[in-house]
Design a protein around this ligand. Structure first.
Ligand SMILES: NC(=O)c1ccc[n+]([C@@H]2O[C@H](COP(=O)([O-])OP(=O)(O)OC[C@H]3O[C@@H](n4cnc5c(N)ncnc54)[C@H](O)[C@@H]3O)[C@@H](O)[C@H]2O)c1
Ligand SMILES: [Zn+2]
Length: 368
């Protein structure tokens, strides 16, 4: 075990696992698999896309061979539009070719798209083979790779097909972020700010104290590891309390209800998910001010931090009535009432189920 790596336990009753974070953890994948009980000779299907595997594929394969595993690398196309049944077929075909068995393993090496698809392919092949997540985007490191939600898109909507399938290990190597496009890095920072607001005041303060959080080259390695660690821990804690999303896991949707509206109405591709969430957090912050739930000053602090991260904070030009009808289509609507996770203070949120259209209209008029 590399003593420089940080370990976070995700203590689920049936599927406990660890999140390992370290600056050279990629090279130690073989050893880490050994530590959790995988043994030499075991078959491993590594799934990635070209952009990622060109940089990190060799390193993973070498480490696996060194530890005497039998790896195969499958490259599939990158992009949200590839998160579909055809990609799952490709992974399943490769699993068949490689003769994967129940005890075999798939490794997802990439962003949330690769992670969700590989996780889902693993959940469904032979009724479930092992999966390890090696996230290479900031968003996947702090969010998508942790918690066991896997899936693909359906022509009628995002993530409509899926399964809960917890990974055996999440291995985070922050040095992979060096090659990540800067806009993707900033988008991941939105989810980190989210953790600050929903559960970690210290993280929020820490980010506020920094001069620069928008540009990876100006963020010291120690700080980067600290913010990834704190965020991953927040996500893990929420998942431990509510593995199957029947309660507090909803807090992770802070900023997402309005964010999804932006993604829907502006068309997928215009804004990255994290950017839409950033604007969504500012909007719901205003809704909370209006309700007297938190102070105007908190809303300002949140907006300033979002801007410091180089993220958009102004509500885009959208017809108010279109926003209201889009909200009605949200997965989280129950009995026609829209639910919002709203902040009570920085580090504490609550779910409200009864927000009226009148209130939402008033908020949108204020921010438009
Ligand atoms: N399962 C969950 O709980 C969960 C949570 C949040 C998001 N998601 C899903 O995650 C997906 C979004 O994931 P994402 O934001 O990571 O985007 P992504 O996977 O599409 O990656 C973004 C782009 O960056 C490239 N890339 C990734 N890592 C790189 C690296 N280190 N260097 C260079 N290029 C790199 C990818 O090839 C891709 O082009 C969505 O499909 C979303 O639904 C899932
Ligand atoms: Zn998100």
């Amino acid at each position: 075990m590399n003593k420089d790596n940080h370990h976070i336990k995700v203590s689920l009753t049936n599927n406990p696992y660890e999140i390992v974070i370290g600056k050279s953890s990629l090279e130690s994948i073989g050893d880490e698999l050994f530590n959790i009980g995988f043994r030499e000779g075991q078959k491993v299907l590594v799934v990635s896309n070209k952009e990622v595997s060109d940089h990190y594929g060799d390193c993973i394969i070498k480490s696996l061979i060194k530890s005497k595993f039998k790896p195969k690398l499958l490259i599939i196309k990158a992009g949200e539009d590839q998160k579909n049944q055809s990609s799952i077929d490709l992974i399943h075909n490769a699993a068949y070719e490689a003769r994967l068995e129940r005890g075999s393993l798939m490794i997802a090496l990439g962003g949330g798209v690769i992670g969700d698809m590989t996780g889902f392919a693993a959940a469904t092949w032979l009724r479930g083979v092992n999966v390890v997540q090696i996230p290479t985007t900031l968003l996947a490191m702090v969010d998508a790779s942790i918690g066991g939600k896997t899936g693909i898109n359906h022509s009628k909507g995002k993530n409509l097909i899926g399964a809960f399938h917890q990974p055996r290990l999440v291995l985070i190597d922050p040095k992979t972020l060096i090659t990540l496009p800067s806009r993707e890095f900033k988008a991941g920072m939105a989810e980190i700010i989210k953790y600050g607001v929903i559960s970690d005041l210290e993280l929020f303060d820490l980010l506020e104290r920094q001069e620069n959080i928008s540009d990876l080259s100006n963020i010291k390695e120690k700080l980067l590891i600290e913010i990834i660690k704190r965020s991953a821990k927040s996500k893990a804690e929420i998942v431990m309390k509510d593995e199957k999303e029947s309660g507090v896991r909803a807090f992770l949707n802070y900023g997402h209800t309005f964010g999804h509206v932006i993604e829907n109405l502006c068309g997928y591709g215009k804004w990255l998910h994290g950017e839409a969430v950033a604007m969504g957090m500012v909007a719901v912050g205003q809704l909370a001010v209006q309700r007297g739930l938190w102070k105007e000053d908190n809303a300002k602090r949140q907006k300033r931090l979002i801007e410091k991260a180089g993220l958009p904070s102004n509500w885009p030009k959208l017809e108010i009535e279109s926003v209201l009808s889009s909200l009605q289509g949200d997965k989280k609507v129950k009995n026609g009432k829209v639910s919002f996770v709203m902040p009570l203070k920085i580090g504490d949120v609550k779910l409200f189920n009864n927000i009226s259209n009148k209130e939402i209209r008033e908020c949108l008029q204020k921010i438009s």
